[in-house]
Design a protein around this ligand. Structure first.
Ligand code: PMV
Length: 364
């Protein structure tokens, strides 16, 4: 089924007669880092603009879902554990997620669930676990439907998993597959859709093979501003229209760059996207700043290093203070030396994570 023609209706479940009594499913799903940023959404987690991300490899969430049939169908019944400890503070977000996906997974109220989750990256490292977490949970839940309807194709499973993950956290729809994922309809990328993430369908230059992402943990504190509020602030934002248009243009630019492998141009688009994301936060109302002084120190050091050595090292940022340092695999040695010698001092407890582009989620 071509994604262009798909609608929400394609994801409603076919009727079923019996349900599996109980069982246990485990999925691991990676985090992702956007090159073109998603910032601003319409109702039902529909993005205001297209985004493009690298799926990561080592930063991931591993979720085990145990399910058993319950007596009545009156409400959602679940418990959540993070690293073996009960985590009631996760419940409201999951309850909202369940409500949103129930039309597409009508058996949710028939079960009592136990959700056990763990992240490979330190908790409260400032690395958002919502993308990998929602993706892993969506995959576990959809695996139940796959048991009910074993004829479901692998292609449909992937699309629906991404579709469901999107309803949990927009960027989570880009964490099902690898390694370069597009989400949001844009005319230059065929089959791109607002409903789910799709694999970037064009030629990608070898320069991007095993592209490295070293994540510098600048501030591990809780986010001051949730992405939910951040997206909302784009509604009456004075520059919103221009920004949304720019995202389409940057994706179009990247299409050429990904094909010809021009790393200087790649860095230009990526860094501009990161700074634009933060500029949107600074120029909205209420305005806020998520970068820390050390974020700026690191950015300036990266710029100086690039100028001094000519090596193609660039950065991007999420909605936080941490810095993702991106560079081609062949330059790993000198860049890691630079990071250790000059950047680690700006990280909280000298913490950083070496990651690279990855292939997507796996059932364990
Ligand atoms: O998935 P959300 O709603 O948490 O939004 C994430 C937005 C950014 O991480 C800032 C950008 C992106 O495209 O991932």
């Amino acid at each position: 089924m071509g994604s262009v023609t798909m609608t929400e209706k394609d994801f409603t479940s076919k009727p079923y007669k019996t349900l599996p009594e109980h069982g246990i499913i485990t999925w691991e799903a990676p985090s992702n880092i956007a090159l073109v940023k998603y910032w601003g959404k319409k109702t039902n987690q529909i993005p205001e603009n297209p985004s493009l991300s690298f799926t990561l490899s080592r930063c991931k969430t591993i979720t085990t879902l145990s399910y058993s049939i319950k007596e009545d169908n009156s409400g959602f019944a679940f418990e959540v554990f993070l690293d073996g400890e009960k985590k009631d503070s996760f419940k409201p977000k999951i309850e909202t997620f369940f409500k949103r996906i129930e039309p597409y997974l009508p058996f949710l109220k028939a079960y009592t669930f136990k959700i056990e989750t763990t992240n490979t990256f330190p908790h409260s490292s400032g690395i958002a676990s919502s993308a990998s977490g929602m993706s892993a949970l969506a995959l576990c839940l959809l695996s139940i439907e796959k048991m009910i309807h074993p004829e479901m194709t692998a292609d449909f499973f992937t699309k629906k998993a991404s579709f469901l993950a999107r309803l949990g956290s927009g960027s989570a729809c880009r964490s099902v597959e690898g390694s370069l994922i597009v989400w949001g309809k844009t005319k230059t990328i065929k089959d791109s859709t607002d409903l789910f993430g799709t694999k970037y369908p064009y030629k990608v230059h070898d320069n991007f093979n095993n592209y490295q992402d070293t994540i510098l943990l600048v501030d591990k504190g809780e986010k001051q501003v949730s992405s939910t509020l951040g997206h909302k602030l784009m509604h009456n934002h004075p520059f919103a229209k221009t920004r949304f248009k720019q995202a389409h243009e940057n994706l179009e630019k990247l299409k050429g760059i990904l094909e010809n492998g021009d790393l200087n141009q790649f860095i230009e688009v990526m860094e501009s996207e990161a700074l634009t994301l933060h500029a949107m936060m600074m120029t909205g109302f209420p305005y806020f700043i998520l970068m820390k002084p050390n974020t700026l120190e690191i950015i300036n050091k990266i710029w100086k290093y690039r100028q001094d050595t000519g090596l193609p090292v660039g950065f991007t940022l999420d909605a936080g203070a941490n810095v993702h340092v991106l560079y081609p695999e062949e330059h790993t040695k000198p860049v890691l030396k630079f990071i250790k010698n000059e950047l680690v001092a700006y990280c909280q407890n000298e913490q950083y994570i070496c990651d690279q582009i990855g292939l997507g989620a796996n059932q364990l």
